[in-house]
Write a protein that binds this ligand. Structure first.
Ligand code: SF4
Ligand code: SF4
Length: 137
């Protein structure tokens, strides 16, 4: 599964206050203001890598369906232009698994998935404070 990121950059403009990449208004210090692209894309931290974060940290706790639909919902919440992302996730999941389109998330699945993702995000953010993030350009 490859997450169908639209490269809108919205997640890079809404960082948590605790993130060391946040320059103070939620915007990442590595976001290029001219093209809204990541200036350290190849070196971006794990928390910015949707597919790797799942494989390395969350695949034993969440199904691909719950994880990717939680991420997709986050994209829609941050930027309404991402309204098609959840449907594209479901299309790709069905393609990967060779079955029918998966069911949408229930409210309980969304909540539990969010908690799991946030639980993994907190120590990753803390590790960046200790120097685990990308070098500042
Ligand atoms: S908000 Fe979602 S679609 Fe936009 S750049 Fe971030 S991951 Fe990609
Ligand atoms: S490091 Fe790159 S991908 Fe991660 S939040 Fe900053 S600009 Fe976005």
């Amino acid at each position: 599964m490859n997450f169908p990121c639209t490269s809108c950059g919205a997640c890079c403009r809404h960082l948590p206050a605790a993130s060391p990449l946040n320059v103070g208004d939620g915007i990442c210090r590595h976001l290029d203001p001219h093209d809204q692209r990541c200036a350290v894309y190849e070196q971006r931290p794990l928390i910015c890598r949707v597919d790797e974060l799942y494989r390395e940290r969350l695949s034993t706790r969440l199904s691909a369906r719950v994880y990717y639909l939680v991420q997709a919902q986050g994209c829609v919440t941050l930027d309404a232009s991402n309204a098609d992302v959840p449907a594209e996730v479901m299309r790709r999941l069905a393609q990967d698994e060779g079955g029918p389109a998966p069911l949408p998330l229930s409210d309980q699945e969304l909540e539990e998935g969010l908690v799991a993702v946030m639980t993994e995000a907190a120590p990753l953010i803390a590790s960046m404070l200790d120097g685990g993030g990308p070098a500042t350009p």
